[in-house]
Design a protein around this ligand. Structure first.
Ligand code: PLP
Length: 316
């Protein structure tokens, strides 16, 4: 029997302070919300913010009597890996619609992993993938699929926001409420940031760091909040200077930062999201972006499965 209770019973992920002398000299603190440590037993890919985003969706799929999940993602998508792992953990069969044509013999480690969890892969063109953001197209495209519960790109929907709001409340319970808290989170679709803003109810600030060229992000987060929230939420602030050229684009400086972070704090980051987040938070702090007395909380949203796609990253 699949244990859906595990989705509801987890304890809060740790909030870990980092020792960074130059930051303390500026009157700042940085803590890491270790959501990377929140994952299904033995399946870290089903963890981090993907745990938060999938939690209520999986309960809802089960409540609706579905045994099949369908979702979409790119060949390096942490979301695809998470859905594959969640399906295996909870007894759903899964189909992943993958952006781009299949090139025989060249599956990414992420897609290998997803298939290993039992996910069926269905490749689609880039233009079809883009159209899968339109509900009308989704309905038509999925007509021929067996009955299923559909998760949109990144798993971002109202139930995902609900799970991410809990993450914000968990942090507030750990820190106590303070106007001097800034919660930093890496943004892809912006669903996690929107959920956090919802959960904060104005009790702390949040700062999204765009992992991709994110001109659309503030508008998207605002749209999500209008659709799924009625509470007052803090200002939407998105920092767009730390995408390193775009989604999954990296640089030697980013890799060097991540290696140093690992050796100083014994925490592994990923180059697509959390590496850019912590690079950005510390760079902004260095440039006196934050008022003295601010407590920065960087959310480690997980995503370490993707590091298999960067084999040189931690070899030195
Ligand atoms: C998916 C992902 C994000 C982005 O989440 P969104 O809700 O799409 O903004 C951030 N960090 C990690 C590690 C992720 O896997």
């Amino acid at each position: 029997m699949a244990d859906f209770g595990l989705l509801l019973q987890h304890s809060p992920s740790p909030l870990q302070p980092l020792q960074i002398p130059w930051l303390a000299d500026k009157g700042l603190r940085l803590l890491v919300k270790r959501d990377d440590l929140l994952h299904w037993p033995g399946a870290p890919a089903f963890g981090g913010n993907k745990w938060r985003k999938l939690k209520y969706n999986l309960l809802e799929a089960n409540r609706q009597g579905h045994s099949h999940l369908v979702t979409v993602g790119g060949a390096f998508s942490n979301h695809l890996a998470a859905v594959a792992a969640a399906g295996k953990a909870l007894g759903f069969s899964t189909t992943g619609i993958v952006r781009g044509e299949e090139i025989p013999g060249t599956l990414t480690p992420t897609l290998e992993y997803a298939m290993g969890c039992g996910m069926r892969l269905h490749f689609c063109s880039r233009s079809e993938f883009r159209q899968l953001r339109e509900p009308a197209f989704v309905a038509q495209y999925l007509q021929s699929f067996e009955p299923h519960y559909y998760l949109p790109e990144g798993g971002t929907n109202g139930l995902a926001l609900r799970g991410c709001a809990e993450l914000a409340k968990e942090i507030l319970a750990q820190t106590g409420t303070s106007e001097h808290i800034v919660i930093g989170v890496a943004c892809g679709t912006g669903g996690t940031l929107a959920g956090i803003l919802n959960g904060l109810e104005g009790k702390a600030k949040a700062l999204g760091v765009a992992a991709l060229k994110g001109e659309f992000l503030a508008g998207e987060v605002s749209r999500l909040l209008q659709k799924y929230s009625d509470a007052n939420h803090p200002e939407i602030i998105i920092e767009g200077n730390y995408h390193f050229g775009g989604y999954a684009r990296v640089s030697p400086a980013l890799f060097a930062f991540m290696r140093e972070f690992r050796s100083q704090h014994h925490i592994l980051l990923d180059p697509v999201y959390t590496g850019k987040l912590f690079y950005g938070l510390l760079d902004l702090a260095r440039k006196d972006y934050f008022a003295p007395g601010t407590t920065l909380i960087g959310i480690h949203t997980g995503g370490l499965q993707g590091n298999a796609g960067f084999p040189d990253l931690f070899t030195t």
